[in-house]
Design a protein around this ligand. Sequence first.
Ligand code: GLP
Length: 241
Amino acid sequence: MKVIVVKDYEEASQKAFEVMKDYLKPGKVLGLATGSTPLGLYKLMIEDHEKNGTDYKDIHTYNLDEYVGLPLNHRESYYSFMHANLFDHIGIPEENTHVPSGLGDLEENCRRYDEMIADEPVDIQLLGIGADGHIGFNEPGTPFDSGTHVTDLTEQTRKDNLRFFKDLGEEVPTQAVTMGLKTIMAARNVLLIATGENKAEAVKGLIEGPVSTECAASVLQQHPSTIVIIDEAAGKLLEKK
Ligand code: GLP
């Protein structure tokens, strides 16, 4: 695991873009994430597409997760999020993009999703991290050998994500579909970004903690090619500076 410490969110997004740039090539498969963390990187990818004409026609994407029960066009579905914040601005064909479906036959959706990913392995998986160390929606206790599955969201995660639903007067969904830890670990390369003090404990577990299902992200210590980009605030509990 390679750890890069930067000053702040902006620098973290810049560094992440430098890493990502190598994968913005025809034939590559990107694993993408939602949340506030990747937004800076997505802005840079849009800018780069506009300025340099980086072509996404032959790039395929797989998103990590989706809430259960939200219609696709719900403002807070991860499908909508990806369209609003990236897909609609980079000229990527809709059929190249995949977001797990939280509607219909969930078991079948999960099985199909893993099959598709097995057929075209992810070259680089982008990740944020939850305050409780979750990646995707793999909450504490998720087995390391899990494939894409349906999961209950913890109270902590629902509280953290309330900021997105509050103004709609809605509750955060109670379940999600997420790539499992085995699915994530199968990616050839992983790029995790974490910024801000509220991620410090999760980052400590990720980098210096025991490899334990209590901090799902700690499994990445066993991944052969992971880059972690953190800002100083997120790294403040680390012993090795
Ligand atoms: C969400 C997502 C994760 C994300 C994490 C952190 O619940 N399912 O993929 O990494 O929480 O979110 P944020 O980047 O907004 O802090």
